[in-house]
Design a binder for this molecule. Sequence first.
Ligand SMILES: *Cc1c(COP(=O)(O)O)cnc(C)c1O
Length: 375
Amino acid sequence: MTANTAPVLLDLAPLGAAHFARIEDKVAALMRTRESVVAMQGEALLPLEACIRSAVRPGSTALNIITGPYGETFGGWLRSCGAEVITVTAPFSGAVSPEQVAEALRAHPEIDFVSLVHAEAATGNTNPVAEIGAVVRAHGALLMLDAVASVGAEPLLTDEWGVDLCVIGGQKAMAGPAGVSAVSVSARAWERIAANEQAPRRSYLSLLDWKERWIDGGRAVLPHAPAQLEMLALEQSVDRLEATGLDGVIARHRGAAAATRAGVRALGALAPYVVRDEDAAPAATTLRAPDGVDARDIVAAALAADATVPVQAAGGALAEEMIRVNHYGLAADRDTVLASLKALAAGLRALGAQVADDEVYLKAAGAAWDAVIVD
Ligand SMILES: *Cc1c(COP(=O)(O)O)cnc(C)c1O
């Protein structure tokens, strides 16, 4: 390091209220919402927990839709707020259907809160939020959506879909920071939260503090020093998405998923974990390891062949059978997907598995990418 290297992350001018509000407005436009958007000064689990603790209280009945690991986390928070929790679970190899949701709402008319994950990076599935939102709106419950793994990777139409509380983070398809996040809050949701005596107040988890101290005052004075570097990075990631064109970025994620699925089907040994193409998340493709082979060994062998590919073993109970290809953000890219497939093929061969020749699965994957992306 030379003595005169100027640190670029230090000595910045303070991030003022007007700039902070402008970043929130850019995020609101990206989320397609005209409701309030609060930039939360922590990773996306902060607004997710804040939404549940703000809107739910003893006497609430919540429908928690579980399609992956985050839904299980939500169930714990809902119960700790004193809610009665009704659970609808879909296999991680698919999506929840609007009919399943409608049936649960019919069976339990008292449901007043619904929590749903849009896309699951951890399990590679995505749910039909437009249809589910219509069902929930007809019933009258509040809908909370975790859109962390979908924003930037697939369409997210917060207001049109009737989402009352929508949470995003920058760290997946936006290729941005993980340390700040944002939540949109509908007028209906603010009413419910304001009427909840148990909603956090004077707390880092409080949405009401932001409403009273920031939004209601015309966003003139920040309640405390913002996470400046992360907020600037969030702004740059939204600006880059808009400059590149959101539709094009979404198409690249769709192309990456299509190419990975087609490549794996041509490769053999592995299979897409999510069965139907329409249930597959554009942000990440999950793969099922062959019987008798531990997914973690395949990942280790693949990374030994090429340590740069975004291939990872699943967490928790799925670690033995599931492999993740995280083709989100800058990895939503033809070369990255082909390199990931090549590394998996090399790893499988090293473990003695029979797989197709490189040119066969690379051709299938490339053709699937080219069918989505016409440069
Ligand atoms: C990535 C992700 C989050 C954020 O959580 P991390 O564990 O910090 O990555 C939240 N929800 C979903 C659905 C995600 O995919």
